[in-house]
Design a protein around this ligand. Structure first.
Ligand code: NAP
Length: 500
């Protein structure tokens, strides 16, 4: 029989949120393990190694508030740099030694009798008082249901499964999708390929990129005067909060963005036919706005064609369009996004009535109080959970705010000598109602597009529909009356009482 390891908490995932969770748990004095299916930390920044991968949120803000990095080489950091930053943080804050790599969580089920989570993985089992789901909303690549994908005889790869061994020199390449990933991949691979065909279902809005190198003198200042970098971070934060006015409150303000997008398109694409294909018909921001100076020029190159005919199927040698044309391909790249509203991990978390989180969410869609807690799932906290996604600023701001909530909940549980803390159905209903009322007016609901933000019923269960400072403020005020505390007949394994 496999040994069961008993710990205070299990964290699922070692990306941005898992690393931050481990640091928070250390602060609270709770022993824990971080279970990671892969062989390294980094989450989405470990997995997405496609050429050109770079964050579209400024680096000074897209980093932990408690671990500023004066060494960022450019204002929008590249994937290798962000990954290196996360590895350095995991090392510096003692997260690495708590990581169990190659441990894919198969199931985490609440055992009411022992008031513990029973977690089974591909490499062993754990029992924990507290469970933190830090598996990330963009961690499960979505392979589209296109007929014949399995018959294709060339190389088929998803943007999130790129590796250094992917060589495209002289190849005929098809890219399916034109979201944020494709917009970065296409300009990088275009010069290498013999022929590149990009399948576009919906054109993205593309704005000019303002990325620039950070000069050595700036880095020296950030190193010597950390307050200077904090000041820049604060400035970037508040500047980006202004975008929430257009995205969340008054989409009419996005008219300026539309004009900028059209100007960018017109200045970079001279062919009127291509221009017409590339002009979106929905309000900017309804889908995530992309930023690139090299995407339109790449599409205008002589070896590139932009296909807008739907894909009928793949066959052994390429792609067949719905109007019967055959496009030969050596490699097909799926830049087709992620399972966000149907993340597989939701089916692996089982609450007190035996139902999985996915089953609980079956009716009303994904819902969690502060994006973190769900009735029937005691001592369980999701990070970057439902309605914490962000269209205009850094997700790290949301994750850190959620962790303040988690820490407050754990402290209150300890203070009361309780075994469990669980959000009440009434508190979740009120929270979901507030989110729903704010959501109605957002561009994501009114902008005239289909996006990965919406679930199959058209509900936006992914994004936070307001300024982030409102979320942060709400998350920082722990409301005991929104929770119920359970007291075990047998006292649970003692965790050190954290200092208040
Ligand atoms: P995505 O935004 O979901 O884009 C998927 C693309 O694939 C869309 O163009 C979609 O078309 C297309 N598609 C899906 N199924 C298709 C099918 N069956 N046939 C044809 N086209 C199909 O995915 P992503 O580009 O990977 O980006 C996901 C998110 O990751 C982003 O929104 C962003 O939050 C994050 N991200 C950020 C960065 C960055 O920081 N720079 C970079 C990459 C990703 P439709 O639009 O018609 O659905």
């Amino acid at each position: 029989m496999q040994a069961v390891e008993e710990v205070g908490a299990v964290v699922i995932g070692a990306g941005f949120s898992g690393i931050a969770a481990s640091i928070a748990l250390q602060r609270e004095g709770i022993d824990h393990v971080v279970l990671e299916a892969a062989d390294d930390v980094g989450g989405t920044w470990r997995d997405n190694r496609y050429p050109g991968c770079r964050c579209d949120v400024p680096s000074h803000l897209y980093s932990f508030s408690f671990a500023p990095n004066p060494e960022w080489s450019s204002t929008y950091a590249s994937q290798p740099e962000i990954w290196a930053y996360l590895r350095a943080c995991a090392d510096r804050f003692g997260v690495l030694e708590r990581c169990r790599f190659g441990h894919e969580v198969l199931e985490a089920a609440w055992d009411s009798e022992s008031a513990r989570w029973r977690v089974s993985t591909t490499q062993g089992n754990f029992v924990a008082t507290t469970l933190i789901g830090a598996y990330g909303p963009l961690s499960s690549p979505k392979v589209p249901e296109i007929e014949g994908l399995d018959r294709f005889g060339g190389r088929l790869l998803h943007s999130a499964h790129w590796s250094g061994s992917v060589l495209l020199e002289g190849q005929r390449v098809v890219v399916i999708g034109t979201g944020a990933s494709a917009v970065q991949i296409v300009p990088q691979i275009q010069p290498k390929t013999a022929q590149l065909t990009v399948f576009q279902r919906t054109p993205p809005w593309v704005l000019p990129h303002t990325n620039r190198d950070i000069r050595p003198i700036e880095r020296a200042i950030y190193r010597r005067v950390p307050a200077a970098q904090r000041l820049v971070r604060t400035g970037v934060y508040w500047l980006r909060e202004l975008f929430a006015i257009g995205l969340c409150r008054q989409p009419r303000h996005l008219e300026t963005v539309r004009k900028m997008g059209i100007k960018h398109l017109e200045s970079q694409v001279s062919d009127p036919v291509l221009r017409a294909k590339l002009l979106p018909s929905y309000t900017p921001g309804c889908k995530r706005i992309t930023i690139a100076n090299d995407y339109y020029p790449a599409l205008s190159a002589p070896n590139v064609s932009l296909e807008t005919a739907p894909i009928a199927r793949l066959d052994e040698t390429g792609v067949v369009t719905s109007d019967g044309r055959h496009i030969e391909a050596d490699t097909v790249v799926l830049a087709t996004g992620f399972h966000v509203t149907d993340h597989p991990m939701a089916s692996r978390l089982r609450g007190s009535d035996g139902r999985s989180m996915a089953e609980v969410w079956e009716g009303a869609g994904m819902q969690a109080y502060q994006g973190a807690t769900v009735p029937g799932f005691p001592n369980c906290f999701l990070l970057a959970g439902p309605n914490t996604g962000i269209g205009h600023t850094s997700l790290i701001v949301m994750i850190e705010a959620q962790l303040r909530y988690v820490e407050a909940a754990l402290r209150e549980r300890s203070r009361r000598g309780a075994a469990t803390v669980e959000v009440t159905p009434a508190a979740l209903a009120a929270f979901a109602d507030r989110v729903g009322r704010r959501m109605v007016r957002t561009v994501w609901m009114t902008g005239g597009c289909q996006s990965w933000y919406l679930d199959r019923h058209g509900r936006n269960t992914t994004l936070w529909p307001d300024f982030t400072w409102r979320f942060v403020r709400e998350a920082h005020r722990f409301d005991s009356s929104a929770h119920r505390f359970g007291y075990a007949a047998r006292p649970p394994r003692t965790e050190p009482v954290p200092s208040a």
